[in-house]
Design a protein around this ligand. Structure first.
Ligand code: PGA
Length: 260
C-alpha cells in the first residue's frame, strides 16, 4: 500500500507524554527549556508538553513565548468538585495551565479504568474546553483480526455520549499496547499505521458521519523515536504521542522536525 500523506494542510500535533518522569521540578524545567531551545524558530505545529500534574503550573509559569507550546495533563476526573480524594477536575487542570488532557492511556486502563470511566472523563474534560487526547489501542494482535473488533468496541464505548460541540475538542491517539515502551524497530511500521489510521477513521465516520468523523485528528503513539518518526509521519496520522523519547530534548526535537 502506498503511504501518501493527504493530511498535509492540517496542523500537526506532537504530544510529549512524560508519564511519571522526571522526579523534580528543576529537572522538569531543565527538560522543557532544553526542548524550547532545540525548537527555537519552529512554527506551524502544536507541541503539547504533558508533565506530571505537580509540574504543570511550574512549566506553564515559565510563559514560553513560542506560541505553539501548550501544556497537558495525563488524566482527569469526571466530577467538577467535591469529596473525591486524590482526584483532579478539568477546571483545576485549566487553572494550572493545561489546555489538553490525555484520557484513557493504556497505563491507566491497566490500573482498572473502564471504557465507561474513560467516556465520562472525555465528556467532562471537553465540556470544560480542554482538548482531549483519547488513547485507544489493542493489547496484542491475532491472525484472525479479532483485535480490530476489540479496538472498534473500545473506541465506541470510550466515546459513548460524546456528540456535537464536544467533538471539536477531540483527538484520538492510536497506541497499540504491544508497541509502547519499546524501540523504533519494534514499533508499528508505516504501512501498517496507514492501514490502522484508515480503520480508525472509518470507525469514527460510522459513529459521527463522514464529515464530522473524518475531521477528528488521529495521532500515533508507541515507541516513536527519531529513527522511525519520518517514516511514520508519511502515514495518515496528524502527529504523535511521544513517551520515552520526549524526555530527551534532542530526540524530541528531531521527531518534531520529522513531522513538519
Ligand atoms: P513510548 O510511550 O513512546 O515510550 O512508547 C508512548 C505512550 O505511552 O504514550
Amino acid at each position: 500500500m502506498k503511504t501518501k500523506n493527504k493530511n498535509i494542510s492540517r496542523k500537526k500535533i506532537i504530544v510529549a507524554n512524560w508519564k511519571m518522569n522526571p522526579t523534580s521540578a528543576s529537572e522538569a524545567k531543565k527538560i522543557f527549556l532544553g526542548i524550547k531551545k532545540e525548537l527555537k524558530g519552529v512554527r506551524g505545529v502544536d507541541v503539547v508538553i504533558a508533565p506530571p500534574t505537580p509540574f504543570l503550573a511550574v512549566l506553564a509559569g515559565l510563559k514560553p513565548s513560542s506560541a505553539f507550546f501548550k501544556f497537558g495533563a495525563q488524566d482527569v476526573f469526571w466530577e467538577s468538585k467535591g469529596s473525591f480524594t486524590g482526584e483532579v477536575s478539568a477546571k483545576q487542570l485549566k487553572e494550572v495551565g493545561a489546555s489538553y488532557v490525555i484520557v484513557g492511556h493504556s497505563e491507566r486502563r491497566k490500573l482498572g479504568e473502564s471504557n465507561e470511566d474513560v467516556s465520562k472523563k472525555v465528556l467532562a474534560a471537553s465540556k470544560e474546553g480542554l482538548r482531549v487526547i483519547l488513547c485507544v489501542g489493542e493489547e496484542e494482535r491475532d491472525s484472525h483480526g479479532n483485535y480490530l473488533t476489540s479496538l472498534q468496541k473500545e473506541i465506541k464505548e470510550s466515546l459513548s455520549g460524546v456528540y456535537g460541540a464536544r467533538l471539536g475538542n477531540l483527538i484520538v491517539a492510536y497506541e497499540p499496547r504491544w508497541a509502547i515502551g519499546k524501540t523504533a524497530s519494534e514499533s508499528i511500521d508505516a504501512e501498517e499505521l496507514h492501514a490502522m489510521s484508515i480503520f480508525i477513521k472509518k470507525t469514527l465516520a460510522s459513529i459521527y458521519g463522514k464529515k464530522a468523523g473524518l475531521s477528528i485528528p488521529i495521532v500515533y503513539g508507541g515507541s516513536v523515536e527519531p529513527a522511525n518518526a519520518a517514516a511514520l509521519a508519511k502515514s495518515l496520522v496528524d502527529g504523535f504521542l511521544v513517551g520515552h523519547a520526549s524526555l530527551s530534548p534532542g530526540a524530541f526535537a528531531k521527531i518534531v522536525h520529522a513531522v513538519k
